[in-house]
Design a protein around this ligand. Structure first.
Ligand code: GRF
Length: 234
């Protein structure tokens, strides 16, 4: 994928006294809003040595009650709760909102290389994303077109299904009567859930599936996909 900016994440070899070389780890900033099971998958992979070139530099939550905060604390990771304030539409045009400015400052202070939206339920604007171009990834519980934009997804069976974006994607897949859905890890661009896909997987919707049962199976897939994506970028 030459158009993909893996080179941004190429780990730099730091030469020490001309004899040793220390590999710089890819430092993750993980943004969460809820349960944090995807954060846990990253923590577990790091601790199990499955992401040797990667470390979690910082976890940020916009929700003080997010269970993910407890997960981060348990593993002694720096975690910050940042309340997300509402601003009237149009107040911050072509500039970051104060929320985004605070996040950007923290990410820089903690020298974050790659920002992982792991169940982050707030929209980040174009100015913020420009500052971290090609350095923000998200996991979305539906199948997105490989190049990001477009309204249809072609399944491995050749059948075409509508693309489901936004929150409630799991419920929308059920309501649409789809037989197959999936999860996608993708780059984040200003258009919501429309950035290029890094990796994804289809899963079958079983008769009798509820939103909860389907989301649980999707999350099991996501936990593997997210690690695969981070490994690819590290
Ligand atoms: C995941 O299903 C992800 O696809 C979506 O939000 C959910 C977060 O789950 N963006 P968790 O907080 O990681 O458990």
């Amino acid at each position: 994928m030459s158009s993909h900016p893996e080179e941004h994440f190429a780990r730099k070899a730091l030469s020490v006294s001309g004899t040793h070389s220390l590999e710089k780890k890819l430092r993750l900033g993980v943004l969460i809003s809820g349960s944090g099971s995807n954060l846990q998958a990253i923590i577990d992979a790091c601790e199990a040595g499955k992401l040797p070139g990667v470390e979690i530099a910082l976890v940020i939550s916009n929700n003080a009650n997010a269970h993910g905060i407890q997960r981060a604390l348990k593993h002694k990771l720096p975690v910050i709760y940042l309340p997300w304030r509402k601003f009237p539409a149009g107040e911050y045009v072509d500039e970051m909102t104060p929320n985004e400015g605070q996040i950007a400052g923290l990410l820089q202070f903690f020298r974050v290389d790659l920002i992982v939206l792991a169940g982050w339920m707030r929209i980040l604007g174009a100015t913020f994303l420009d500052q971290f171009a090609h350095r923000v990834i998200n996991i979305h519980p539906a199948l997105l077109p490989r190049e990001g934009s477009g309204e249809t997804y072609t399944l491995s069976t050749g059948e075409t299904i509508p693309v489901i974006r936004g929150i409630n994607a799991v419920k929308m897949a059920l309501d649409a009567g789809l037989k197959i859905t999936g999860s996608s890890v993708h780059y984040v661009t200003a258009e919501v859930d429309a950035g290029p896909v890094i990796c994804q997987q289809e899963i079958t919707i079983e008769p009798g599936d509820t939103e909860e049962s389907l989301h649980e199976r999707l999350k099991a897939v996501e936990h593997r996909l997210l690690i695969e994506a981070i490994r690819e970028l590290s």
